[in-house]
Write a protein of this length. Structure first.
Lengths: 250, 340
Protein backbone atom coordinates (compact mmCIF):
# COMPACT_ATOMS: atom_id res chain seq x y z
CA UNK A 1 0.00 0.00 0.00
CA UNK A 2 2.82 2.39 0.95
CA UNK A 3 4.86 1.62 -2.25
CA UNK A 4 1.79 2.03 -4.49
CA UNK A 5 0.93 5.44 -3.07
CA UNK A 6 4.57 6.51 -3.40
CA UNK A 7 4.55 5.55 -7.09
CA UNK A 8 1.35 7.50 -7.89
CA UNK A 9 2.99 10.98 -8.02
CA UNK A 10 5.81 9.60 -10.16
CA UNK A 11 3.41 8.02 -12.63
CA UNK A 12 1.22 11.11 -12.61
CA UNK A 13 4.20 13.35 -13.34
CA UNK A 14 5.16 11.10 -16.25
CA UNK A 15 1.63 11.21 -17.63
CA UNK A 16 1.56 15.01 -17.38
CA UNK A 17 4.97 15.23 -19.10
CA UNK A 18 3.91 13.00 -21.99
CA UNK A 19 0.57 14.82 -22.30
CA UNK A 20 2.38 18.19 -22.40
CA UNK A 21 4.76 16.86 -25.04
CA UNK A 22 1.86 15.64 -27.18
CA UNK A 23 0.01 18.92 -26.68
CA UNK A 24 3.02 20.92 -27.85
CA UNK A 25 3.32 18.76 -30.99
CA UNK A 26 -0.39 18.95 -31.84
CA UNK A 27 -1.03 22.59 -30.94
CA UNK A 28 2.28 23.81 -32.36
CA UNK A 29 1.90 21.72 -35.52
CA UNK A 30 5.51 20.56 -35.35
CA UNK A 31 6.56 18.04 -38.03
CA UNK A 32 8.10 14.75 -36.85
CA UNK A 33 11.57 15.76 -37.97
CA UNK A 34 11.47 18.78 -35.66
CA UNK A 35 9.62 17.32 -32.64
CA UNK A 36 8.32 13.77 -33.05
CA UNK A 37 5.22 12.88 -31.02
CA UNK A 38 5.76 10.71 -27.93
CA UNK A 39 4.13 7.67 -29.51
CA UNK A 40 6.61 7.76 -32.44
CA UNK A 41 9.49 7.93 -30.03
CA UNK A 42 8.06 5.08 -27.99
CA UNK A 43 7.71 2.86 -31.05
CA UNK A 44 11.21 3.75 -32.24
CA UNK A 45 12.58 3.11 -28.75
CA UNK A 46 11.15 -0.40 -28.68
CA UNK A 47 12.26 -1.08 -32.28
CA UNK A 48 15.78 0.17 -31.70
CA UNK A 49 16.25 -1.99 -28.60
CA UNK A 50 14.64 -5.04 -30.18
CA UNK A 51 16.75 -4.78 -33.35
CA UNK A 52 19.97 -4.32 -31.39
CA UNK A 53 20.66 -0.77 -32.51
CA UNK A 54 20.80 0.84 -29.06
CA UNK A 55 22.09 -2.09 -26.98
CA UNK A 56 25.80 -2.11 -27.97
CA UNK A 57 25.99 1.68 -27.69
CA UNK A 58 24.35 1.62 -24.25
CA UNK A 59 26.77 -1.07 -23.07
CA UNK A 60 29.77 1.00 -24.19
CA UNK A 61 28.48 4.08 -22.38
CA UNK A 62 27.74 2.11 -19.18
CA UNK A 63 31.31 0.80 -19.10
CA UNK A 64 32.66 4.35 -19.43
CA UNK A 65 30.33 5.58 -16.66
CA UNK A 66 31.19 2.72 -14.30
CA UNK A 67 34.94 3.08 -14.69
CA UNK A 68 34.85 6.87 -14.69
CA UNK A 69 32.70 7.00 -11.57
CA UNK A 70 34.86 4.46 -9.77
CA UNK A 71 38.05 6.37 -10.54
CA UNK A 72 36.58 9.82 -9.93
CA UNK A 73 34.72 8.96 -6.73
CA UNK A 74 37.63 6.94 -5.39
CA UNK A 75 40.08 9.80 -5.85
CA UNK A 76 37.52 12.29 -4.57
CA UNK A 77 37.07 10.38 -1.30
CA UNK A 78 40.78 10.49 -0.62
CA UNK A 79 41.23 14.13 -1.64
CA UNK A 80 38.07 15.17 0.19
CA UNK A 81 39.37 13.63 3.41
CA UNK A 82 42.71 15.39 2.92
CA UNK A 83 40.99 18.73 2.35
CA UNK A 84 38.90 18.20 5.49
CA UNK A 85 41.79 17.36 7.78
CA UNK A 86 44.60 19.48 6.35
CA UNK A 87 44.10 23.25 6.23
CA UNK A 88 47.36 23.51 4.27
CA UNK A 89 46.09 21.04 1.64
CA UNK A 90 42.84 22.95 1.37
CA UNK A 91 44.63 26.29 0.85
CA UNK A 92 46.93 24.73 -1.76
CA UNK A 93 44.45 22.64 -3.72
CA UNK A 94 41.13 24.49 -3.50
CA UNK A 95 41.83 27.19 -6.12
CA UNK A 96 42.88 24.58 -8.69
CA UNK A 97 39.94 22.33 -7.90
CA UNK A 98 37.49 25.19 -8.28
CA UNK A 99 39.17 26.31 -11.53
CA UNK A 100 38.99 22.80 -12.91
CA UNK A 101 35.32 22.59 -12.03
CA UNK A 102 34.55 25.98 -13.55
CA UNK A 103 36.20 25.10 -16.89
CA UNK A 104 33.51 23.65 -19.16
CA UNK A 105 34.11 19.96 -19.73
CA UNK A 106 32.88 20.45 -23.31
CA UNK A 107 35.96 22.62 -23.94
CA UNK A 108 38.34 20.22 -22.19
CA UNK A 109 37.04 17.04 -23.80
CA UNK A 110 38.71 17.47 -27.24
CA UNK A 111 42.06 18.17 -25.53
CA UNK A 112 41.69 15.11 -23.34
CA UNK A 113 40.83 13.01 -26.40
CA UNK A 114 43.97 14.35 -28.06
CA UNK A 115 46.17 13.52 -25.05
CA UNK A 116 44.63 10.17 -24.11
CA UNK A 117 43.44 9.00 -27.52
CA UNK A 118 39.95 8.30 -28.82
CA UNK A 119 39.60 5.04 -26.85
CA UNK A 120 38.17 4.20 -23.44
CA UNK A 121 40.88 6.01 -21.43
CA UNK A 122 39.85 9.50 -22.46
CA UNK A 123 36.19 8.78 -21.64
CA UNK A 124 37.14 7.46 -18.18
CA UNK A 125 39.28 10.56 -17.55
CA UNK A 126 36.47 12.89 -18.64
CA UNK A 127 33.92 11.05 -16.47
CA UNK A 128 36.30 11.00 -13.50
CA UNK A 129 36.94 14.74 -13.83
CA UNK A 130 33.28 15.61 -13.84
CA UNK A 131 32.48 13.28 -10.91
CA UNK A 132 35.43 14.38 -8.79
CA UNK A 133 34.40 17.81 -7.56
CA UNK A 134 30.91 17.13 -6.10
CA UNK A 135 32.10 13.95 -4.34
CA UNK A 136 35.26 15.63 -3.01
CA UNK A 137 33.35 18.62 -1.66
CA UNK A 138 30.65 16.41 -0.13
CA UNK A 139 33.35 14.27 1.51
CA UNK A 140 35.14 17.32 2.86
CA UNK A 141 31.94 18.76 4.32
CA UNK A 142 30.92 15.41 5.74
CA UNK A 143 34.23 14.72 7.43
CA UNK A 144 34.34 18.22 8.89
CA UNK A 145 30.84 17.83 10.29
CA UNK A 146 31.83 14.87 12.47
CA UNK A 147 31.11 15.84 16.09
CA UNK A 148 34.38 16.94 17.67
CA UNK A 149 33.30 15.46 20.99
CA UNK A 150 33.06 12.00 19.40
CA UNK A 151 36.56 12.43 18.01
CA UNK A 152 37.80 13.43 21.46
CA UNK A 153 36.08 10.42 22.96
CA UNK A 154 37.67 8.10 20.39
CA UNK A 155 41.12 9.52 21.11
CA UNK A 156 40.57 9.19 24.85
CA UNK A 157 39.80 5.52 24.28
CA UNK A 158 43.16 5.29 22.43
CA UNK A 159 41.59 4.52 19.05
CA UNK A 160 44.16 4.35 16.25
CA UNK A 161 43.99 6.73 13.30
CA UNK A 162 42.70 3.90 11.14
CA UNK A 163 39.98 3.04 13.66
CA UNK A 164 38.90 6.68 13.87
CA UNK A 165 38.64 6.93 10.09
CA UNK A 166 36.88 3.62 9.50
CA UNK A 167 34.58 3.40 12.50
CA UNK A 168 33.81 7.04 13.21
CA UNK A 169 34.61 9.57 10.52
CA UNK A 170 33.47 7.74 7.39
CA UNK A 171 30.25 6.34 8.87
CA UNK A 172 29.40 9.77 10.29
CA UNK A 173 30.13 11.45 6.96
CA UNK A 174 28.29 8.88 4.86
CA UNK A 175 25.08 10.91 4.43
CA UNK A 176 27.08 13.79 2.93
CA UNK A 177 29.34 11.50 0.90
CA UNK A 178 26.40 9.62 -0.61
CA UNK A 179 24.63 12.89 -1.29
CA UNK A 180 27.68 13.92 -3.33
CA UNK A 181 27.61 10.58 -5.10
CA UNK A 182 23.99 11.10 -6.10
CA UNK A 183 25.11 14.21 -7.98
CA UNK A 184 28.32 12.58 -9.19
CA UNK A 185 26.69 9.54 -10.74
CA UNK A 186 24.32 11.63 -12.86
CA UNK A 187 27.19 13.87 -13.92
CA UNK A 188 29.10 10.74 -14.94
CA UNK A 189 26.44 10.15 -17.60
CA UNK A 190 27.05 13.67 -18.93
CA UNK A 191 30.80 13.05 -18.90
CA UNK A 192 30.47 9.83 -20.89
CA UNK A 193 28.32 11.49 -23.57
CA UNK A 194 30.66 14.50 -23.83
CA UNK A 195 33.63 12.14 -24.09
CA UNK A 196 31.97 10.26 -26.92
CA UNK A 197 31.28 13.50 -28.76
CA UNK A 198 35.00 14.20 -28.60
CA UNK A 199 35.66 11.00 -30.52
CA UNK A 200 34.37 7.44 -30.21
CA UNK A 201 33.30 4.50 -32.29
CA UNK A 202 30.47 3.44 -30.04
CA UNK A 203 28.27 4.89 -27.29
CA UNK A 204 24.95 6.64 -26.79
CA UNK A 205 26.57 9.98 -27.61
CA UNK A 206 27.80 8.56 -30.91
CA UNK A 207 24.32 7.23 -31.63
CA UNK A 208 22.79 10.67 -30.99
CA UNK A 209 25.17 12.17 -33.58
CA UNK A 210 24.54 9.35 -36.06
CA UNK A 211 20.77 9.56 -35.71
CA UNK A 212 20.75 13.33 -36.10
CA UNK A 213 23.60 13.97 -38.54
CA UNK A 214 23.77 10.95 -40.82
CA UNK A 215 20.44 9.16 -40.63
CA UNK A 216 18.12 12.15 -40.00
CA UNK A 217 16.22 9.69 -37.81
CA UNK A 218 14.90 12.15 -35.23
CA UNK A 219 12.68 9.58 -33.44
CA UNK A 220 15.83 7.44 -32.99
CA UNK A 221 17.67 10.47 -31.64
CA UNK A 222 14.89 11.05 -29.12
CA UNK A 223 14.81 7.33 -28.26
CA UNK A 224 18.53 7.53 -27.55
CA UNK A 225 18.02 10.61 -25.38
CA UNK A 226 15.32 8.72 -23.47
CA UNK A 227 17.79 5.87 -22.98
CA UNK A 228 20.40 8.30 -21.65
CA UNK A 229 17.85 9.75 -19.25
CA UNK A 230 16.81 6.28 -18.07
CA UNK A 231 20.45 5.35 -17.49
CA UNK A 232 20.87 8.45 -15.35
CA UNK A 233 17.70 7.75 -13.38
CA UNK A 234 18.63 4.10 -12.86
CA UNK A 235 22.09 4.95 -11.56
CA UNK A 236 20.65 7.61 -9.26
CA UNK A 237 18.18 5.07 -7.87
CA UNK A 238 21.05 2.62 -7.28
CA UNK A 239 22.88 5.22 -5.18
CA UNK A 240 19.67 6.01 -3.27
CA UNK A 241 19.17 2.30 -2.53
CA UNK A 242 22.78 1.95 -1.35
CA UNK A 243 22.28 5.04 0.79
CA UNK A 244 19.13 3.53 2.25
CA UNK A 245 21.02 0.39 3.14
CA UNK A 246 23.98 2.15 4.70
CA UNK A 247 22.41 5.13 6.44
CA UNK A 248 18.68 4.41 6.35
CA UNK A 249 15.88 5.99 4.28
CA UNK A 250 16.09 9.82 4.21
CA UNK B 1 -7.89 9.86 3.71
CA UNK B 2 -8.67 13.58 2.98
CA UNK B 3 -5.33 14.70 4.45
CA UNK B 4 -3.47 12.15 2.29
CA UNK B 5 -5.35 13.20 -0.87
CA UNK B 6 -4.97 16.97 -0.44
CA UNK B 7 -1.30 17.14 -1.55
CA UNK B 8 -2.13 14.89 -4.49
CA UNK B 9 -5.01 17.14 -5.54
CA UNK B 10 -2.83 20.25 -5.29
CA UNK B 11 -0.15 18.57 -7.38
CA UNK B 12 -2.67 17.57 -10.04
CA UNK B 13 -4.11 21.09 -10.27
CA UNK B 14 -0.62 22.56 -10.57
CA UNK B 15 0.30 20.08 -13.26
CA UNK B 16 -2.83 20.83 -15.27
CA UNK B 17 -2.12 24.55 -14.98
CA UNK B 18 1.41 23.96 -16.28
CA UNK B 19 -0.01 21.93 -19.16
CA UNK B 20 -2.33 24.77 -20.09
CA UNK B 21 0.56 27.25 -19.95
CA UNK B 22 2.64 25.05 -22.22
CA UNK B 23 -0.19 24.77 -24.75
CA UNK B 24 -0.56 28.56 -24.73
CA UNK B 25 3.14 29.02 -25.45
CA UNK B 26 2.99 26.55 -28.35
CA UNK B 27 0.06 28.45 -29.87
CA UNK B 28 1.88 31.78 -29.85
CA UNK B 29 5.16 30.63 -31.48
CA UNK B 30 6.48 32.47 -34.51
CA UNK B 31 5.99 35.93 -35.88
CA UNK B 32 5.00 37.02 -39.34
CA UNK B 33 7.68 38.71 -41.50
CA UNK B 34 7.28 42.45 -41.86
CA UNK B 35 6.07 43.72 -45.23
CA UNK B 36 8.82 44.60 -47.71
CA UNK B 37 9.06 45.73 -51.28
CA UNK B 38 11.48 42.83 -51.85
CA UNK B 39 10.86 39.17 -51.11
CA UNK B 40 12.78 38.19 -47.99
CA UNK B 41 14.87 35.08 -48.42
CA UNK B 42 16.78 33.41 -45.59
CA UNK B 43 19.78 31.59 -47.06
CA UNK B 44 21.57 28.88 -45.10
CA UNK B 45 25.24 28.40 -45.80
CA UNK B 46 27.75 25.98 -44.25
CA UNK B 47 29.15 25.85 -40.77
CA UNK B 48 31.44 28.89 -40.89
CA UNK B 49 31.81 31.83 -43.26
CA UNK B 50 34.36 30.86 -45.86
CA UNK B 51 35.84 31.80 -49.23
CA UNK B 52 33.93 28.88 -50.77
CA UNK B 53 30.72 30.91 -50.36
CA UNK B 54 32.18 33.65 -52.58
CA UNK B 55 29.38 33.41 -55.19
CA UNK B 56 26.77 34.25 -52.56
CA UNK B 57 28.85 37.13 -51.18
CA UNK B 58 29.50 38.50 -54.69
CA UNK B 59 25.86 38.29 -55.75
CA UNK B 60 24.76 40.04 -52.55
CA UNK B 61 27.39 42.78 -52.72
CA UNK B 62 26.88 43.47 -56.46
CA UNK B 63 23.14 43.77 -55.90
CA UNK B 64 22.23 40.81 -58.13
CA UNK B 65 19.72 39.49 -55.59
CA UNK B 66 18.24 42.96 -54.97
CA UNK B 67 17.91 43.57 -58.71
CA UNK B 68 15.55 40.59 -58.99
CA UNK B 69 13.51 41.65 -55.97
CA UNK B 70 15.16 39.61 -53.24
CA UNK B 71 16.12 40.69 -49.71
CA UNK B 72 18.67 38.03 -48.75
CA UNK B 73 20.02 37.30 -45.27
CA UNK B 74 22.63 34.61 -44.60
CA UNK B 75 22.71 32.12 -41.74
CA UNK B 76 25.56 29.71 -41.04
CA UNK B 77 24.63 26.23 -39.83
CA UNK B 78 26.02 22.71 -39.81
CA UNK B 79 24.60 20.44 -42.46
CA UNK B 80 22.13 18.42 -40.30
CA UNK B 81 20.64 21.58 -38.77
CA UNK B 82 20.46 23.29 -42.14
CA UNK B 83 18.62 20.39 -43.78
CA UNK B 84 16.11 20.27 -40.93
CA UNK B 85 15.54 24.02 -40.89
CA UNK B 86 15.07 24.12 -44.68
CA UNK B 87 12.54 21.31 -44.38
CA UNK B 88 10.73 23.20 -41.66
CA UNK B 89 10.77 26.43 -43.68
CA UNK B 90 12.76 28.53 -41.21
CA UNK B 91 15.46 28.74 -43.86
CA UNK B 92 14.19 29.29 -47.40
CA UNK B 93 17.13 27.91 -49.34
CA UNK B 94 20.46 26.50 -48.31
CA UNK B 95 23.63 24.81 -49.39
CA UNK B 96 23.66 21.18 -48.31
CA UNK B 97 25.32 17.94 -49.29
CA UNK B 98 23.47 15.67 -51.69
CA UNK B 99 24.34 12.66 -49.54
CA UNK B 100 22.42 14.31 -46.69
CA UNK B 101 19.38 14.94 -48.89
CA UNK B 102 18.87 11.23 -49.64
CA UNK B 103 18.45 9.99 -46.03
CA UNK B 104 16.64 13.19 -45.06
CA UNK B 105 13.95 12.76 -47.72
CA UNK B 106 13.79 9.06 -46.87
CA UNK B 107 12.96 10.10 -43.30
CA UNK B 108 10.17 12.37 -44.50
CA UNK B 109 11.90 15.75 -44.42
CA UNK B 110 10.20 17.71 -47.23
CA UNK B 111 13.11 19.16 -49.21
CA UNK B 112 14.27 19.17 -52.82
CA UNK B 113 17.70 19.67 -54.36
CA UNK B 114 17.21 22.45 -56.92
CA UNK B 115 20.70 23.22 -58.25
CA UNK B 116 24.17 21.68 -58.20
CA UNK B 117 26.97 23.81 -56.80
CA UNK B 118 29.72 21.18 -56.72
CA UNK B 119 29.66 19.20 -59.97
CA UNK B 120 32.38 16.89 -58.63
CA UNK B 121 32.15 15.28 -55.21
CA UNK B 122 34.38 17.44 -53.00
CA UNK B 123 35.02 14.84 -50.30
CA UNK B 124 38.26 13.00 -51.12
CA UNK B 125 41.06 10.92 -49.64
CA UNK B 126 44.47 12.58 -49.67
CA UNK B 127 47.96 11.53 -48.73
CA UNK B 128 51.50 12.78 -49.04
CA UNK B 129 53.04 11.56 -52.31
CA UNK B 130 55.87 10.11 -50.24
CA UNK B 131 53.39 7.68 -48.62
CA UNK B 132 53.36 5.57 -51.78
CA UNK B 133 49.57 5.70 -51.94
CA UNK B 134 48.49 6.24 -55.53
CA UNK B 135 45.12 4.52 -55.77
CA UNK B 136 42.34 3.10 -53.58
CA UNK B 137 43.88 -0.38 -53.42
CA UNK B 138 47.00 1.09 -51.78
CA UNK B 139 44.91 2.06 -48.72
CA UNK B 140 44.79 -1.54 -47.49
CA UNK B 141 46.56 -1.89 -44.16
CA UNK B 142 47.19 1.85 -43.80
CA UNK B 143 46.23 4.28 -41.05
CA UNK B 144 43.57 6.67 -42.26
CA UNK B 145 42.26 9.74 -40.45
CA UNK B 146 38.59 10.70 -40.61
CA UNK B 147 36.40 13.15 -38.60
CA UNK B 148 34.01 10.32 -37.71
CA UNK B 149 32.08 7.37 -39.08
CA UNK B 150 29.29 9.58 -40.38
CA UNK B 151 28.56 12.14 -43.07
CA UNK B 152 29.73 12.56 -46.65
CA UNK B 153 33.36 11.62 -45.96
CA UNK B 154 32.33 8.27 -44.45
CA UNK B 155 30.01 7.52 -47.38
CA UNK B 156 32.72 8.55 -49.86
CA UNK B 157 35.33 6.41 -48.11
CA UNK B 158 33.15 3.31 -48.28
CA UNK B 159 32.50 3.91 -51.99
CA UNK B 160 36.20 4.49 -52.70
CA UNK B 161 37.31 1.42 -50.74
CA UNK B 162 34.55 -0.64 -52.37
CA UNK B 163 35.95 0.21 -55.81
CA UNK B 164 39.10 -1.67 -54.80
CA UNK B 165 37.27 -4.53 -53.14
CA UNK B 166 38.09 -3.18 -49.66
CA UNK B 167 36.03 -2.27 -46.60
CA UNK B 168 36.87 0.03 -43.65
CA UNK B 169 37.89 -3.11 -41.73
CA UNK B 170 40.85 -3.52 -44.10
CA UNK B 171 42.58 -0.46 -42.70
CA UNK B 172 43.02 1.29 -39.35
CA UNK B 173 40.60 4.18 -39.00
CA UNK B 174 41.70 6.98 -36.65
CA UNK B 175 39.05 9.54 -35.71
CA UNK B 176 39.74 13.26 -35.53
CA UNK B 177 36.45 14.82 -34.38
CA UNK B 178 38.11 18.24 -34.30
CA UNK B 179 38.85 17.89 -38.04
CA UNK B 180 42.59 17.78 -37.44
CA UNK B 181 43.24 15.00 -39.95
CA UNK B 182 45.11 17.40 -42.27
CA UNK B 183 47.68 18.09 -39.58
CA UNK B 184 47.82 14.37 -38.85
CA UNK B 185 48.85 13.63 -42.45
CA UNK B 186 51.41 16.45 -42.41
CA UNK B 187 52.94 15.11 -39.19
CA UNK B 188 52.91 11.51 -40.38
CA UNK B 189 50.50 10.41 -37.65
CA UNK B 190 48.37 8.77 -40.33
CA UNK B 191 49.18 7.61 -43.85
CA UNK B 192 46.13 9.22 -45.45
CA UNK B 193 42.94 11.01 -44.47
CA UNK B 194 39.60 12.13 -45.76
CA UNK B 195 39.19 15.80 -46.52
CA UNK B 196 37.83 18.19 -49.08
CA UNK B 197 39.39 18.76 -52.47
CA UNK B 198 39.37 22.51 -51.87
CA UNK B 199 40.83 22.43 -48.37
CA UNK B 200 43.37 20.01 -46.87
CA UNK B 201 45.24 19.10 -50.10
CA UNK B 202 45.53 22.81 -50.93
CA UNK B 203 46.87 23.62 -47.44
CA UNK B 204 49.39 20.77 -47.66
CA UNK B 205 50.53 21.79 -51.14
CA UNK B 206 51.06 25.37 -49.95
CA UNK B 207 53.32 24.04 -47.20
CA UNK B 208 55.51 22.48 -49.88
CA UNK B 209 54.26 18.91 -49.59
CA UNK B 210 53.47 16.97 -52.76
CA UNK B 211 49.97 15.56 -52.37
CA UNK B 212 48.07 12.64 -53.88
CA UNK B 213 44.29 12.96 -54.07
CA UNK B 214 41.88 10.07 -54.62
CA UNK B 215 38.48 11.04 -56.03
CA UNK B 216 35.34 8.92 -55.82
CA UNK B 217 33.86 10.36 -59.01
CA UNK B 218 35.40 7.63 -61.19
CA UNK B 219 33.62 5.03 -59.06
CA UNK B 220 30.24 6.60 -58.40
CA UNK B 221 28.86 10.06 -59.06
CA UNK B 222 27.85 10.93 -55.51
CA UNK B 223 25.89 14.18 -55.39
CA UNK B 224 27.92 17.01 -53.95
CA UNK B 225 26.70 20.12 -52.16
CA UNK B 226 23.99 22.09 -53.90
CA UNK B 227 21.04 24.32 -53.20
CA UNK B 228 18.08 22.80 -51.38
CA UNK B 229 14.68 24.24 -50.52
CA UNK B 230 11.61 23.03 -48.67
CA UNK B 231 8.70 21.83 -50.80
CA UNK B 232 6.38 24.29 -49.08
CA UNK B 233 8.83 27.10 -49.81
CA UNK B 234 9.04 26.05 -53.46
CA UNK B 235 5.25 26.30 -53.67
CA UNK B 236 5.05 29.64 -51.86
CA UNK B 237 8.21 31.37 -53.14
CA UNK B 238 8.95 29.51 -56.37
CA UNK B 239 9.72 32.63 -58.39
CA UNK B 240 12.03 33.96 -55.68
CA UNK B 241 13.87 30.63 -55.50
CA UNK B 242 14.23 30.56 -59.27
CA UNK B 243 15.62 34.11 -59.26
CA UNK B 244 18.03 33.31 -56.42
CA UNK B 245 19.36 30.24 -58.23
CA UNK B 246 19.86 32.21 -61.46
CA UNK B 247 21.78 35.02 -59.78
CA UNK B 248 23.93 32.60 -57.74
CA UNK B 249 24.90 30.72 -60.90
CA UNK B 250 25.63 34.07 -62.56
CA UNK B 251 28.02 34.96 -59.74
CA UNK B 252 29.66 31.52 -60.04
CA UNK B 253 30.29 32.07 -63.77
CA UNK B 254 31.81 35.48 -63.07
CA UNK B 255 34.10 34.08 -60.39
CA UNK B 256 35.06 31.23 -62.72
CA UNK B 257 36.24 33.86 -65.19
CA UNK B 258 37.87 36.07 -62.54
CA UNK B 259 38.68 34.33 -59.23
CA UNK B 260 40.22 37.49 -57.74
CA UNK B 261 36.80 39.10 -57.88
CA UNK B 262 35.40 36.26 -55.82
CA UNK B 263 38.24 36.57 -53.33
CA UNK B 264 37.58 40.30 -52.89
CA UNK B 265 33.89 39.62 -52.30
CA UNK B 266 34.75 36.96 -49.70
CA UNK B 267 37.20 39.30 -47.95
CA UNK B 268 34.57 42.04 -47.90
CA UNK B 269 32.22 39.60 -46.13
CA UNK B 270 34.87 37.94 -43.93
CA UNK B 271 37.73 40.44 -43.39
CA UNK B 272 39.84 37.87 -41.52
CA UNK B 273 40.40 36.04 -44.84
CA UNK B 274 42.64 38.94 -45.96
CA UNK B 275 45.35 37.71 -43.59
CA UNK B 276 45.85 34.65 -45.82
CA UNK B 277 45.23 36.02 -49.33
CA UNK B 278 47.46 33.53 -51.11
CA UNK B 279 45.99 30.53 -49.30
CA UNK B 280 42.41 31.74 -49.70
CA UNK B 281 42.90 32.36 -53.42
CA UNK B 282 44.32 28.84 -53.79
CA UNK B 283 41.29 27.44 -51.93
CA UNK B 284 38.92 29.45 -54.12
CA UNK B 285 40.62 28.25 -57.31
CA UNK B 286 40.39 24.67 -56.06
CA UNK B 287 36.72 25.30 -55.27
CA UNK B 288 36.11 26.54 -58.80
CA UNK B 289 37.66 23.32 -60.12
CA UNK B 290 35.20 21.26 -58.06
CA UNK B 291 32.23 23.22 -59.42
CA UNK B 292 32.85 21.40 -62.71
CA UNK B 293 31.77 17.83 -63.23
CA UNK B 294 30.58 15.37 -65.80
CA UNK B 295 27.12 16.88 -66.20
CA UNK B 296 27.92 20.54 -65.57
CA UNK B 297 30.63 20.37 -68.24
CA UNK B 298 27.94 19.51 -70.81
CA UNK B 299 24.93 21.37 -69.43
CA UNK B 300 26.39 24.29 -67.50
CA UNK B 301 26.77 25.18 -63.85
CA UNK B 302 23.83 24.08 -61.71
CA UNK B 303 22.83 21.11 -63.88
CA UNK B 304 21.67 18.06 -61.92
CA UNK B 305 23.10 14.58 -62.68
CA UNK B 306 20.00 12.42 -62.35
CA UNK B 307 21.88 9.23 -63.28
CA UNK B 308 24.39 9.97 -60.54
CA UNK B 309 21.60 10.54 -58.04
CA UNK B 310 20.01 7.20 -58.95
CA UNK B 311 23.31 5.37 -58.54
CA UNK B 312 23.83 7.12 -55.21
CA UNK B 313 20.38 6.13 -53.95
CA UNK B 314 21.17 2.51 -54.77
CA UNK B 315 24.58 2.70 -53.09
CA UNK B 316 23.30 4.41 -49.94
CA UNK B 317 20.37 2.00 -49.73
CA UNK B 318 22.88 -0.86 -49.71
CA UNK B 319 24.67 0.93 -46.83
CA UNK B 320 21.42 0.94 -44.88
CA UNK B 321 21.08 4.72 -44.95
CA UNK B 322 17.76 4.82 -46.81
CA UNK B 323 15.10 3.20 -44.58
CA UNK B 324 12.21 4.21 -46.84
CA UNK B 325 12.50 3.94 -50.62
CA UNK B 326 12.93 7.21 -52.49
CA UNK B 327 12.89 8.09 -56.17
CA UNK B 328 15.12 10.63 -57.88
CA UNK B 329 12.03 12.73 -58.62
CA UNK B 330 11.38 12.96 -54.88
CA UNK B 331 14.93 14.20 -54.31
CA UNK B 332 15.68 16.67 -57.10
CA UNK B 333 13.99 19.09 -59.44
CA UNK B 334 15.51 21.10 -62.25
CA UNK B 335 12.37 23.23 -62.58
CA UNK B 336 14.14 26.11 -60.83
CA UNK B 337 17.23 26.18 -63.03
CA UNK B 338 17.56 28.92 -65.64
CA UNK B 339 16.01 27.92 -68.96
CA UNK B 340 19.30 28.42 -70.77
Amino acid sequence: MIRASAAVPVVLALVVFVAAWKAIVVVGGYPPFILPPPESVAVRFVDAWASGVIGPHAAATLVEIALGFAVGAGLALAVGYLLARSPLAERLLSPYLVAAQATPILALAPLLALWFGPGLTSKVVICALIVFFPVAVATMVGIRSVDARLLELARSLRATRRQIVLTLEIPAALPNILGGMRVGVTLAVVGAIVGEWAGAERGLGVLVNLARGSLFDIPLMFATLVTIALVGVALYVVVVLVEGRLVGVR
Amino acid sequence: MTRRLAPLVRFTVAALAALAAVALVACTGGTSPSPSARTPLVVGLGFIPSVQFAPFYLAEQEGYYADVGLDVTFQFKIDPDLVTLVGQGSIDIGSADGTSVIPAVSQGIPIRYVATIYGSFPSIVFAAASSGIAEAADLEGTKLGIPGRFGSSWIMLQALLGSAGLTPDDLEIVEYPDFGQGAAVAQGAVDAATGFANNEPVQLALSGEEVVVLHVDDTIALPGPGLIAGTATLDAKGDAIRAFVAQTLRAMREIEADPERGLEAAIAAVPELAEQREAQLAILEATIDVWSGRVTADHGLGAIDRDGWQASVTFMTDLGLVPNAVTVDALVTDAFLPAD
